[in-house]
Structure formats: structure tokens, C-alpha cells
Design a protein around this ligand. Structure first.
Ligand SMILES: Nc1ncnc2c1ncn2[C@@H]1O[C@H](COP(=O)(O)OP(=O)(O)OP(=O)(O)O)[C@@H](O)[C@H]1O
Ligand SMILES: [Mg+2]
Length: 333
């Protein structure tokens, strides 16, 4: 069987608050995931739950405290020299705000050509020009934009350039961190459509980070739901969003606007997240969960609900065929 393009094993990256050394550190706790060739995996959760931190650790823009990131079965820690450079080429990131990665002093053509030449994807300027025109067409950018500077482009066009730059490297995986949430709704829809088409044509794997249920539903085949740095539910999108097993997922879905009636009774979490109330040895959602019961003072394992659908909630204990692993929280504490 082909190795997954990306495998993340028990990755932890925590940030302590220097002003409050006793407070619980925030970040990512013992997350594991896999992305297969050509697969689009979504990562969803409320603001501050660690989505960007995980994406940055995967692209090695941040060093994890522990755990491993493997691309095609090769662990990052084993990479040096040429293979490290190859990793950089193979794992690209598109951020929420394209301005943060575009160079204001370079035209689009010069900026993208740099990536093409740096990674030896083209041999000369003539080949680069041909590839630039192909890439512009792939991401739906008008050819004239190639000669323009970032400030001369619209927000949607700038994001298309960022996607074009990522694609130019011919990566195995693109981490898309809220790539459309800074765009207005109609432009968002166009860019999402482009990404979906691209994914079908080019077959690159995506890790798609978003806090928008509708966007994840449209883009992804599989989804991981995060709460406070831990994956609480994962599985095929139709299972996780159609038959959510974890109260946090149910609350997340209930908070998303919908036209059609919901198949699952909506629930809401109590109050706001107060880090001081959360304990690492219990379920992280317990203090806010309306369905919490006595058992939740013990951190739940992940329960296997079949077809890759898993939920880290004691409520799944009766329906699950087996428990899969100790909780990520326990593993990381
Ligand atoms: N470099 C850093 N130093 C200290 N704390 C950090 C750092 N980066 C992130 N954090 C903290 O880690 C937590 C997770 O942040 P992260 O940006 O990963 O969340 P997120 O899920 O991407 O949120 P959003 O949906 O708002 O983008 C937050 O509480 C954030 O303040
Ligand atoms: Mg983020």
C-alpha cells in the first residue's frame, strides 16, 4: 500500500503564558493524523484551539515539542541537506492573508518564477514563462496580472497568486490555513471552486484548515474536529457532520447557520472557554458540556465507530466497537 503523503504522530506544541506561569499552556496536545495521496482532510475547531499551530508544525515553520511529522514515511527528524530542501518543496502553506507571504517589490511573475527556479522545476526563463502562463490559467488568474505588483491586485487575486506560488513548487501537500476567510463571500466561493477544481486536476493532497462548517463540507472528504489542542472527533465528513458523536461537534454544527432542518438535536456548550477550569486528566470539554456525567472526570479514549469515524467521548462507549487509543491529552500530559 502507498505510504500516506502526510502522517503526524502524537504531535505536541505548547505555549506557556509568561505572565501567568501557573495557567494551563495552550497549543496542540498529542495530535495524530494521516493524509493520503490526493485526499482533502479538513481541520475544524473554534478560534484558538490550535489549528494554525498544528499547520505550522507540519510545514516546519514551528518546531514541535514532541511527536513526529512524516512525509511519505520519512520522518522530518531524519532529514538533512537535499532531503530537507525536498521537504520544503513538498509541503507548502497558503495563509489566510496572502499579503503575509507575497513580496511587495516583486511582480507576480518574478515572485513565482523564483520558486520555479529555486527548486529546479524549470531550466530557463523561456520554460518558466510557459509554466507561469499554465499556472495562472490553473488558478484562474488573468495573464496580465503576471506583470503586476501585489498592491495592484484584488484580495481574491492575491490569494490566487499565493495558491499559484504553492502549486509552482509541485508539492505533495498544501496546508491551506483559512485560505478564504479574509475574502468577501462571492470571491470566497470563486476561490473555493478553483481550489476544488485544482484538487481534481492536479491531485495534490490538502490539509484544509477552517472554522466554517460549510467550507469543510464543500471541500473535504474527511475531517478532524479539534478542541483545546486535542482531536475530539474525526472521520468521513458525512459521518462526522451527519451523525456527530461528540457533544462539541454537535455544538459546533448547531452554531453554524443552515437553511435545511438539522438531522441531529442542536446543543450548546455552557459559557466561554476558561483555561483555569480545564484539567488535563479529565475530558477537556467537561466543564462546558451539557451532557457531561460522572465518568467525564476521567479522560475518555478515542472510540471507534466504524469506517474511520472516531469520537473521544464516553457517550460513544456503548455504540463503539472498541476503544482505539488513550486520549491525546493523557498521552501529552
Ligand atoms: N507563537 C506563539 N506564542 C504564544 N502563544 C501562541 C503562539 N502561537 C499561538 N499561540 C497560542 O496558541 C493557541 C492556539 O493558537 P492558533 O493560532 O493555533 O489557534 P487557531 O485554532 O488557528 O485559531 P484561529 O481560528 O483564531 O486562527 C492560542 O491561544 C494562541 O494564543
Ligand atoms: Mg488560525
Amino acid at each position: 500500500m502507498n505510504a500516506p503523503v502526510l502522517a503526524v504522530r502524537n504531535l505536541t506544541k505548547l505555549f506557556a503564558d509568561a505572565a501567568r506561569p501557573d495557567a494551563m499552556p495552550v497549543g496542540v496536545r498529542g495530535v495524530s493524523l494521516e493524509v493520503a495521496r490526493g485526499e482533502v482532510v479538513g481541520l475544524i475547531g473554534e478560534s484558538g484551539c490550535g489549528k494554525t499551530t498544528l499547520g505550522r508544525c507540519i510545514a516546519r515553520l514551528l518546531d514541535p515539542d514532541s511527536g513526529e511529522v512524516l512525509v511519505r514515511d520519512v520522518p522530518f527528524s531524519a532529514l538533512k541537506g537535499h532531503s530537507l530542501r525536498n521537504f520544503r518543496k513538498n509541503v507548502q502553506v497558503v495563509f489566510q492573508k496572502p499579503e503575509t507571504c507575497l513580496n511587495p517589490r516583486m511582480t507576480v511573475a518574478v515572485f513565482v518564477r523564483e520558486a520555479l527556479r529555486n527548486f529546479g522545476i524549470v531550466a530557463n526563463n523561456a520554460e518558466a514563462r510557459k509554466r507561469l502562463v499554465e499556472l495562472a490559467s490553473l488558478v484562474g488568474l488573468r495573464e496580465a496580472a503576471l506583470e503586476q505588483y501585489p498592491h495592484q491586485l484584488s484580495g481574491g487575486e492575491r490569494q490566487r497568486v499565493a495558491i499559484m506560488r504553492a502549486l509552482a513548487c509541485e508539492p505533495e501537500l498544501i496546508v491551506l490555513d483559512e485560505p478564504t476567510s479574509a475574502l468577501d463571500v462571492s470571491v470566497q466561493a470563486q476561490v473555493l471552486r478553483t481550489l476544488k477544481d485544482l484538487q481534481t486536476v492536479v491531485g495534490t493532497s490538502f490539509l484544509f484548515i477552517s472554522h466554517d462548517v460549510a467550507v469543510i463540507r464543500y471541500m473535504c472528504a474527511r475531517v478532524l474536529v479539534m478542541y483545546l489542542g486535542v482531536v475530539v472527533e474525526e472521520g468521513p465528513v458525512e459521518a462526522v457532520f451527519g451523525r456527530p458523536a461528540h457533544p462539541y461537534t454537535r455544538a459546533l454544527l448547531a452554531a453554524a447557520p443552515r437553511i435545511k432542518p438539522r438531522a441531529v438535536d442542536p446543543i450548546a456548550l455552557r459559557g466561554e472557554l476558561m483555561l483555569g477550569d480545564v484539567r488535563l486528566d479529565e475530558c477537556p470539554v467537561r466543564v462546558r458540556c451539557p451532557l457531561a456525567h460522572a465518568r467525564c472526570v476521567e479522560a475518555p479514549p478515542e472510540f471507534d465507530l466504524g469506517d474511520g469515524h472516531r469520537s473521544a467521548c464516553w457517550l460513544s462507549a456503548d455504540t463503539a466497537s472498541r476503544s482505539v487509543s488513550p486520549t491525546a491529552m493523557k498521552a501529552a500530559s
